[in-house]
Design a protein around this ligand. Sequence first.
Ligand SMILES: [Zn+2]
Ligand SMILES: [Zn+2]
Ligand SMILES: [Zn+2]
Length: 434
Amino acid sequence: MTGSMEGVERFDSPGKGRGLRVTRAFKVGELLFSCPAYSYVLSVKERGCYCEFCFNRKEGLARCGKCKKAFYCNAKCQKGDWPMHKLECSAMLAFGENWCPSEMSRLVARILAKKKTQKERCASEKILLIGEMQSHAEDEDNEKREMSEADIAGMHRFYSKHLEVPEHKDLVTLFSQVACNGFTIEDDELSHIGTAVYPDVALINHSCLPSVIVTYKGTSAEIRAVQDMKPGDEVLISYIDLLYPTDDRNNRLRESYYFTCECQECKCKSKDKAKLKVRKQSDPIEPDVISNMVRYARKTIREFRALNLDSVAPPSELLEMCEQSLEEMGAVFDDANVYMLHMMYQAMGVCLYMEDPDGAIRYGEKILRPYSQLYPPYSLNVSSMYLKLGRLYMGLDRHSAGMKALKKAMAIMEVAHGKDHSYLIELRKEIARK
Ligand SMILES: [Zn+2]
Ligand SMILES: [Zn+2]
Ligand SMILES: [Zn+2]
């Protein structure tokens, strides 16, 4: 262990390799441990909203005088960030508009820079942990290989001036390690803020019935119990979005993490039926009609994701795609079916982007109840949905609906984030303000 982790120890988890387990009891909401990031990077699109060094969210941050792109709380944060920021500061000036490394490349550059300074100061335990991280470079399919080749090209192009870029095969391994072990840092509404590596958190195995949840305080990760735990219980997080039925979850786990889950929920599939709920009709719908629609839904989700990632399609077109697919699927699927929920969630996001609160509320209200039934009891997907809706209501002066939603969010976040987290302090102010 790198940090202080009293009550938690490493062990060999049967069938899963190493893992973490508790050596004493933990109650729901109790902090197991917190873990500073080994390395982290703020997303380019969040620049100006967060301090690059401490990830404090506030107004009036001061910018780097040289590149004018990085923002800090004060001179102390700027100084603290310089060993990492110097990898990018002058390169951003030199490349101008053409400076566009992926977030993955940016994080790997920081890991390499950190490894180098640590080697100079004698190897520490953390380098070992990074070296120990699992790599699945040999399992990667062509699509992934192409992606990591593009990342590697980006490393050479944007960082070689300030960094000794290691040889190709070592880089492939490092990118693969970070792909499997990296964590995306998200805010209270689950917006992506940055990416980080937490060696101790990377030891935690996956379950679709997680015993703990990971939240972020600044750049540190905090691990809290979402189930009562007794001594000897394994610490388990979810690596994936738990909304989807068992087959989809395991496809995702195999694609990204190269294993199949054997948790209780994957064995008994107790929620699959509700997740794939079919519209009530006088004549029962034929099984092949349902399976065709599932195929259509998965295809639409993939296509929408690709379109959204390229961000070439205008929002109105994205919204139309959502509405069309909802109409198509709605002939067979119930509104609470997860594929319907998926497209409604996307539609809500587009409405928020288009600053259409009424549209966003309409989708959000349909999503909320099935979300709270299909996700585990303390889920950030559910709390962030309550938050978004609550804030939309408040913005439209619908105070009682707003308060009700915000209080629901607060109940989940007090367990997941801890009662003294800055998000909860902000939230209490929002509720008191009315
Ligand atoms: Zn700061
Ligand atoms: Zn700068
Ligand atoms: Zn599972």
